[in-house]
Design a protein around this ligand. Structure first.
Ligand code: NDP
Ligand code: MG
Length: 381
């Protein structure tokens, strides 16, 4: 059970919902980090009084210092600040709610101090899952997933002592805002269309990943790394209602699922209170009013990013960080209106093709694959 908490990315969607959960728990916030949103960080600091507040840039940190004058809060910036927040001795748990590869080094650093990670930052597991789980095992840290599907699987596996009893994991996928659209219709879809997710309110990057289904591809790799299973044991089904958060099928034919309303505060809270459960501010699930629950297969023609990710999952090694890095660049370009919907998989594939494959990469080789793939995707229009 978490007593003292550090949140990396407190001003974002997961970060704010984590603070909402903390308002109802006997948990002290000792460190907060953000990118550029000084205003929101200042408000959070005045409410939660952390010992440390970190902004991405020196300029933002200076603006925050001005807002916090007279408060006893240390302000830092950049990677050094993120690492300080991840390793601050007072925190027993670190929620990693930053978006993208920037979360990798702080996650590893926190695990090397034996801390619990409430893992939202899936890009870290995609790029370096083996290094992350090895660091947890070596230094006695633990990783409790926040991503709703992985939290569901974590819960379904709670009584399972032998991973050999697992036949497969079934990740559910809402299908995103573009479910049922044809390839021709999708080609003209803009950022504004893509940001209208039917069930979840999230940061912009993950919302675009949901529209392309890359998010589900990233989640297949995340699940493989978290639960040490091969890609053929992780399946994806479309489930529009986002009520069944994922399932585990066992070798005897039993299938366990975790259900609940689509509210991230439920998995976030479990990551803090595990192995206990406590009352949550989220609404309960009413089976009589949540509508019929439906399931169908994803459309690989319309959503090529899912297939690209499944290929990377099979290859492993540097294919995963290369895909992730190129995807981060492609999504940023799409959000700036510079490229079209189907340019995203094109840039991702080009980024992957630019990287010389290594099967069991070191951290340096992972960072290099990320850099090369980003550069390649950056140069394409
Ligand atoms: P948001 O974009 O809402 O928030 C991202 C956070 O990271 C913000 O606090 C932002 O700061 C900070 N940040 C952004 N860039 C940097 C940087 N370069 N250096 C330091 N901090 C930075 O994202 P979400 O909360 O939606 O997602 C966070 C992570 O959780 C992602 O990996 C996502 O895939 C995962 N996730 C999210 C879910 C959701 O429901 N939102 C569900 C499952 C997983 P600022 O805003 O101040 O610039
Ligand atoms: Mg998810």
């Amino acid at each position: 059970m978490t007593k003292k908490l550090s949140i990396l990315g407190s001003t974002g969607s997961i970060g704010r919902q984590t603070l909402d959960v903390v308002r109802h728990l006997p948990v002290e916030v000792v460190a907060l980090t953000a990118g550029s949103n000084v205003e929101r960080m200042a408000e959070q600091c005045l409410e939660f009084h952390p010992k440390l507040a970190v902004m991405a840039t020196e300029e933002a940190a200076e603006a925050l210092k001005t807002r916090l004058s007279g408060q006893n809060i240390r302000v830092m910036h950049g990677e050094a600040g993120l690492l300080e927040a991840a390793t601050i001795p007072e925190a027993d748990t670190v929620v990693t709610a930053v978006v993208g590869m920037v979360g990798l080094k702080p996650t590893l650093a926190a695990l090397e101090r034996g801390k619990r990670i409430g893992l939202a930052n899936k890009e870290t597991m995609v790029c370096a899952g083996e290094l992350v789980t090895a660091a947890a095992a070596r230094f006695g840290g633990e990783i409790i997933p926040v991503d709703s599907e992985h939290s569901a699987i974590f819960q379904c596996l709670m009584g399972c002592r032998d991973r050999g009893e697992v036949k497969r994991l079934i990740l559910t996928c809402s299908g995103g805002p573009f479910f049922g659209r044809t390839k021709q219709e999708l080609a003209g879809m803009t950022k504004a269309d893509a940001l209208k997710h039917p069930n979840w309110r999230m940061g912009e990057k993950i919302t675009i990943d949901c529209a392309t289904l890359m998010n589900k591809g990233l989640e297949v790799i995340e699940a493989m790394r978290l639960y040490e299973l091969p890609p053929e044991k992780v399946d994806v089904v479309i489930h529009r209602q986002s009520i069944v958060h994922s399932l585990v099928e066992f070798v005897d034919g039993a299938v366990l699922a975790q259900l609940g309303v689509p509210d991230m505060r439920i998995p976030i809270q479990l990551a803090l209170t595990y192995p206990n459960r406590t009352v949550n501010p989220a609404a309960g699930l009413d089976l009589l009013s949540c509508g019929p629950l439906s399931f169908c297969a994803p459309d690989p023609e319309a959503f090529p990013c899912l297939q690209i990710a499944l290929n990377a999952a099979r290859q492993g090694g540097t294919a995963c960080p290369a895909m992730n890095g190129a995807n981060e660049v492609a999504v940023a370009k799409y959000l700036r209106g510079e490229i079209g919907f189907y340019d995203i998989p094109r840039l991702v594939q080009a980024g992957m093709d630019a990287v010389a494959f290594v099967q069991n990469p070191t951290l340096e080789q992972i960072l290099e694959a990320d850099r090369v793939a980003r550069d390649a995707a950056e140069q394409l229009a």
